[in-house]
Structures are given as structure tokens and as C-alpha cells.
Design a protein around this ligand. Structure first.
Ligand code: GLA
Length: 392
């Protein structure tokens, strides 16, 4: 990567590299913007940003994957507007840094990523966090502040009204563990995954158009449900505050569609709590059941799944040694996450591509879920994967 940097910018003097991982969410889908619970794992798939000061007043970014460069005078960055381009994530972060009082220094950047785009493994947050770390260039900012800053970049500049999960896990990921985030208090607990389980993500290789608009619509529907509950319980701020008992009591006052959306969120929060407890007890069968229940709720109540995801889940559940399967991330394509016995992985990795190919004529990509650490400076340059290993 340093060689690439030298080729693009003529010198790699003073270059530093910052890394931020993608993620797979084990359970707790569409609960983060309702201030509930999520249980993501940071992956060993990550985005790397190499940076060195530039001698003029420009900010330059080169994406290796796209073989594409962009540049701006640093003085003009605060006033830029989005252009529906991958650099929006970087400029959004740069603007939020300026807003947070952090001076933007002229710099040259190279971006390399092994997080497949559009896969629901959070390539956007990985790009935001790695860019933010690179633009800070080693200047310290509390990780929680940085996670929130990157979330604001995505909400304000990119225009995606996301929750905090992806940016948070990209900074707070732990090796060998998932983390359970309380999206209200913004605190987390480290959750070790039980022995005798393997997690594998499968990429449908599709991303349906609906994804962006439906996400916003779901956030509005959740707010509408809260409005109904508040008529009886004025202190309720979000669906996080709605217990199953309160939901049952108020459900009939909601429009049926709104009630289904709310039921997903209320039951999903409860599933996260139960999943974490089952994880700690090593109750693997129960964990698998909760995976499936989560998927069915996303499929039928929240309606963010699609044929490809449903097919992969059903196919996985039919295989020997699989405890559970569900869609992960925002939905409408992207990945499933599957929980199985370690000795079932080889068969799973043979059968799933065969079945999916037969049904949709597409070869799905498979990624082992190897929990890895959160974003930071990558001092061991040997660890940066070569472009040949890039999966896109
Ligand atoms: C996307 C968003 C997250 C979260 C998930 C769904 O990944 O960026 O904030 O809402 O969808 O759980």
C-alpha cells in the first residue's frame, strides 16, 4: 500500500495508515435508531487509509479499488455539497471534523478496502471511520465522540438517517467477541461467543433499489408508533421504552402496518437480551432459535427482507449442523449470518453456493466471521492485505 502511495503521490514520506473494520450484526436489527440493543461483531474485513501531509493546500483522495482520484482545496471543504459519490463519506467526515473544531490539514490519502460494498457489512462506516482517523492523523479524539461524528457525517451529508451501530462497532470492536451496545446509554458489554459455534456470513450479491427509501420510511413508521403510545404513556421517548406489555395494550390503537413495525422492534430488543444470556450460558440451540425468530420478524413484520435473503435463510436452516440463520444489516439484499457447529462449516460452504446458484444463477460470496479489533492506526504494515486479496 505504501508503494501505491508512492506511485500516486511521488513520495511516501511521513505516511501513516489507519484501519477501520466492517461488521456483521449477530442480532438486534433496526433497533439502533429506536435506541435499543444490538450485538455486532467487527470483522477482519476492513478499510485502510494511508495518509501523509501534502505540501500545497489540497486534500487528495485516491481509491485503489476504483482507480479514481478526487481533490479539493482544503479551504473549500466546509462549503461542499454532496454529489452522490463515494467521496461523500470522506467529505461528510471532513466537514464534521471542521464543525467539531478540528483543523483540517492538507493531505494526500490512499484508500484500500476489503469490505465488500453494498453487502450490508458496513463498508460505509468502515470508510467513514478510517477516513476520520486519517484526517485526525493521530490527534486524539474519544472513540465515542468519533463514532457519533461519523454517524452525523452519514446522516447530515450522505443523507442516510442511520443509527449508531455501524460506526460504534467499527471503533469499539473486540477480538474474539461480539459487543452488545445499548444505543441509548451508548455503553456496551463484551460478549464472548460460546465454544463449539461458528458464524459465517453469506453475500446474496444483490442490493435492491428500495434499500435507502425504505430505511427512512421505517424510521418514520417507528416514530408514528411512538406517537400512539405516548397518548397513554407520555414519558415514552422511543420504542426502546415500549415493553411487550405496553405494546400489547396500545397495539390496537395503531394502524395495522405501524403495529407490525413496532412489534418487530419491541420483540427484537427482547431477543437481543435473551440471545446475550443464552450466549453466556452456552445455550446454542436457543441462540439458533432466536436467530430464526429475528429473521421471521424482519421478513413478515418489518418487511425488509427479500427473496434472495429468505432463500439463503431457508436453505441454511435445512442443512445439518446449522443452529440458526438470519439476514443481517439494513436488508433488501446484502448478507445473511449463519450460526453452526464448526464441523458443519465445510458442508455449508459447499452446499449453499450450489443451491443459490441453482435458484438465482449467482455465485454468493462467503465470509467466515472472525471477530476483530476496532479502528486505530495500523502500525504493522505487514498486516495490510494485498490488493490480490481484495474481495469486492
Ligand atoms: C444499517 C444502519 C444501521 C442499522 C442497520 C439495521 O446498517 O446503518 O444503523 O440501523 O441498518 O439494523
Amino acid at each position: 500500500m505504501i508503494d501505491v502511495f508512492r506511485q500516486i503521490y511521488g513520495s511516501a514520506h511521513g505516511v501513516r495508515v489507519f484501519r477501520a473494520p466492517g461488521r456483521v450484526n449477530l442480532i438486534g436489527e433496526h433497533t439502533d435508531y429506536n435506541l435499543g440493543f444490538v450485538l455486532p461483531v467487527a470483522l477482519d474485513l476492513a478499510t485502510y487509509v494511508a495518509t501523509a501531509p501534502s505540501s500545497d493546500a489540497q486534500l487528495r483522495i485516491y481509491s485503489e479499488q476504483r482507480n479514481e482520484s478526487a481533490e479539493w482545496p482544503v479551504a473549500e471543504i466546509a462549503a461542499l455539497t454532496p454529489r452522490r459519490h463515494w467521496t461523500d463519506y470522506c467529505i461528510g467526515v471532513a466537514q464534521e471534523l471542521i464543525r467539531a473544531g478540528s483543523a483540517l490539514e492538507p493531505a494526500n490519502l490512499v484508500v484500500r478496502s476489503t469490505v465488500p460494498e453494498g453487502s450490508g457489512l458496513s463498508s460505509s462506516a468502515a470508510l467513514e471511520v478510517s477516513t476520520a482517523l486519517a484526517l485526525l492523523g493521530g490527534r486524539r479524539m474519544a472513540p465515542l465522540e468519533l463514532a457519533r461524528l461519523c454517524q452525523r457525517a452519514e446522516r447530515n451529508f450522505v443523507g442516510m438517517p442511520c443509527g449508531i451501530m455501524d460506526q460504534y462497532i467499527s471503533l469499539f470492536g473486540e477480538e474474539h467477541a461480539a459487543i452488545c451496545i445499548d444505543c441509548r446509554s451508548l455503553k456496551h458489554q463484551v460478549v464472548r461467543l460460546p465454544e463449539g459455534t461458528a458464524f459465517v456470513a453469506v453475500n446474496t450479491m444483490v442490493k435492491h433499489e428500495l434499500a435507502g427509501s425504505a430505511y427512512k420510511e421505517r424510521t418514520e413508521q417507528c416514530a408514528a408508533a411512538v406517537d400512539v403510545v405516548r397518548r397513554r404513556y407520555p414519558r415514552v421517548e422511543s420504542l426502546r421504552d415500549v415493553s411487550p406489555a405496553i405494546f400489547e395494550e396500545t397495539e390496537s390503537s395503531m394502524e395495522p402496518l405501524i403495529a407490525r413495525r413496532a412489534r418487530h422492534v419491541v420483540t427484537e430488543d427482547a431477543r437481543v437480551i435473551e440471545f446475550v444470556a443464552a450466549c453466556r450460558e452456552g445455550a446454542v440451540e436457543r441462540m439458533g432459535e432466536l436467530f430464526e425468530a429475528s429473521h421471521r420478524s424482519l421478513q413478515h413484520d418489518y418487511e425488509v427482507s427479500c427473496d434472495e435473503l429468505d432463500f439463503l435463510v431457508d436453505a441454511a436452516l435445512g442443512l445439518e449442523g446449522v443452529y440458526g440463520a438470519r439476514m443481517t444489516g439494513g436488508g433488501f439484499g446484502g448478507c445473511t449470518v449463519n450460526m453452526m457447529r464448526p464441523d458443519a462449516v465445510a458442508h455449508f460452504e459447499r452446499e449453499i453456493p450450489r443451491l443459490y446458484q441453482e435458484r438465482f444463477g449467482i455465485q454468493p460470496h462467503i465470509y467466515p466471521v472472525r471477530p476483530s479489533w476496532g479502528g486505530e492506526e495500523e502500525k504493522n504494515l505487514e498486516r495490510i492485505p494485498a490488493p490480490a486479496q481484495l474481495s469486492s
